[in-house]
Write a protein that binds this ligand. Structure first.
Ligand code: GNR
Ligand code: NI
Length: 181
């Protein structure tokens, strides 16, 4: 198990479109475990492989309080959407920024699990919102893309400044993290 490094906006690698997973082997399963470890450590409720620079259509989610509802979505597709849910979103790739994003309230989803088995299910609420957020990552899209150009530019400048300051004083940064290849 390993904690992977999460890419941060405006890193252009976050704009990569992910390709389908075709091989369901031990390496995929190990990557799923690393994604969970990275997500729980962050902490976050979801993580797309895109965020650790692995451009495969693979997502992990756990919206439970106690980290006891791990969910894996490989090659997810939204079959239908219903209703509207506008909630405050955040993103591990856009640290400490939160804003409202319009999403569907309920979605019907077809995906595969880590063994390749096809699963079709209805999701709602936070789980549905989180999956929509993660599926955007697979398309190279970030929640800040739903905001005004002005807000997005302000966020970009703030994060670039923070990154510069971190680079100047590289002390407690990224202790224990490893880079995905
Ligand atoms: O941890 C996360 N919280 C969150 C809150 C509201 C809507 C979406 C999310 S996903 C985010 C983790 C993340 O960046 N996943 O890509
Ligand atoms: Ni995100």
């Amino acid at each position: 198990m390993a904690r992977l490094t999460i890419l941060e906006y405006p890193d252009p690698r976050l704009r990569t479109r992910a390709t389908p997973v075709t091989v369901f082997d031990a390496a995929l399963s190990a990557l799923v475990d690393d994604l969970f470890e990275t997500m729980y450590a962050a902490p976050g409720i979801g993580l797309a492989a895109s965020q650790v620079n692995v451009h495969k259509r693979l997502i992990v989610i756990d919206v439970s309080e106690n980290h006891d509802a791990p969910r894996v979505f490989v090659n997810p597709e939204i079959l239908s959407k219903e209703g509207a849910a506008v909630g405050e979103e955040g993103c591990l790739s856009v640290p400490n920024i939160f804003d409202k994003v319009p999403r569907a309230q309920r979605i019907r989803v077809r995906s595969q699990d880590r063994t390749g088995a096809v699963v079709e299910e209805d999701l709602e609420g936070l789980l549905a919102v989180c999956l929509q957020h993660e599926m955007d990552h697979l398309e190279g899209k970030l929640f800040v893309d739903y905001l005004s150009d002005l807000k997005r530019e302000r966020i970009r400048k703030k994060l670039e400044k923070e990154r510069r300051e971190r680079a100047a004083r590289p002390a407690a940064a990224a202790a224990g993290a490893t880079t995905a290849l």
